[in-house]
Design a protein around this ligand. Structure first.
Ligand code: ASP
Length: 308
């Protein structure tokens, strides 16, 4: 059996002229690094979730994307991060919500999945649990990316909570990150990590860490990692809907994801996109916004890196 993997770096109002050639090249390079990190795990017969986590760690460490180091600022001026992992073989899941100072929230989510009886842990208690389990922390300075701070000030002045890419034309966009993978054993997995919306209410939790909303995996159907306006993704149970449409309505991955992204999310006032892989390793990446950072390695080994 072959493997396949996809990563995303968020969907939103990504405009070619505001991104710039240099920035675009840097983003593509990080996406490439992430897909390669996941591929390395899968090529040696490694587990789908291990691969997804390896890819997301790389994206979290980059200041270019809205996750980990590059997370956006909440209304109180702190960086509050959400992340989740889910394994398709047993539907085990773990997530962290609104944690501060955690370098790689995706590793925290995995600790919750594998070493706690909980599915979701939030806030200071989550931070305590993670540090007790050896998860690395960083001081506020590490997360202080100047362009994020400027973006936050603009969002605050406009009195809005906005997707990282959305505000106005001269923004340099960044986004939530995620990965889906199917390994050579036929298992699928998903991992998603985000700083959420710029100027979000302090304590607000988005769709990313919630199984069935922004993150989902089940070998019988698919693995999904979503991006977009979290409230709409939460209310539509987007990732679980894709799975249910496949399981119960007999839709294939392409049909199910298109229905959710182009019909169901817009009906709830949300824009967004997702990456998904089915049990056969087929990958789709529909989005209903100007762009979505993504890299896809299909079962034949072809790699596509795209934004628009
Ligand atoms: N879905 C994320 C959230 O609402 C934001 C994003 O995808 O950029 O928290």
């Amino acid at each position: 059996m072959t493997f396949s993997i996809a990563v995303h770096g968020g969907a939103g109002l990504i405009r070619r002229h505001s991104l710039g050639a240099e920035r675009e090249a840097a983003c593509r390079q990080v996406l490439r690094g992430a897909i390669d990190a996941g591929t390395e795990v899968l090529a040696r017969g490694g587990d789908a979730l291990e691969a997804a986590i390896a890819a997301v760690v790389l994206l979290e460490d980059s200041p270019l994307f809205n996750a980990g180091r590059g997370g956006v600022f909440a209304a109180d001026g702190t960086v509050q991060l959400d992340a989740a992992v889910m394994h398709g073989k047993d539907r085990s899941a773990g997530g962290v919500c609104a944690v501060r100072g955690i370098r790689n929230p995706i590793l925290g989510a995995e600790v919750v999945r594998s070493q706690s009886p909980a599915v979701l842990l939030a806030g200071v208690e989550a931070e305590r649990f993670l540090t007790a389990h050896g998860i690395r922390t960083e001081p506020p300075d590490y997360f202080h990316v100047q362009e994020r701070w400027d973006h936050f000030l603009k969002a605050r002045a406009a009195g809005r909570a906005v997707l990282d890419h959305d505000l106005d034309d001269d923004e340099e966009p960044k986004g939530t990150v995620g990965c889906v993978a199917r390994d050579v054993h036929g298992h699928v997995a998903a991992a998603t990590s985000t700083g959420g919306l710029a100027n979000k209410l302090s304590g607000r939790v988005g769709d990313s860490p919630v199984p069935g909303a922004g993150t989902f995996a089940w070998d019988a159907t698919c693995a999904v990692s979503a991006t977009g306006v979290g409230e709409a993704v939460l209310r539509s149970s987007a990732a679980a809907r894709v799975s249910a449409l496949m399981e119960l309505a007999g839709l294939d991955l392409d049909q199910a994801t298109r229905r959710v992204v182009f019909d169901e999310l817009p009906a709830l006032g949300g824009v967004g996109g997702l990456i998904a892989v089915d049990g056969g390793g087929r990958i789709v990446a529909p989005f209903d916004s100007a762009g979505m950072y993504r890299a896809i390695r299909d079962t034949d080994g072809n790699v596509e890196i795209a934004i628009w």
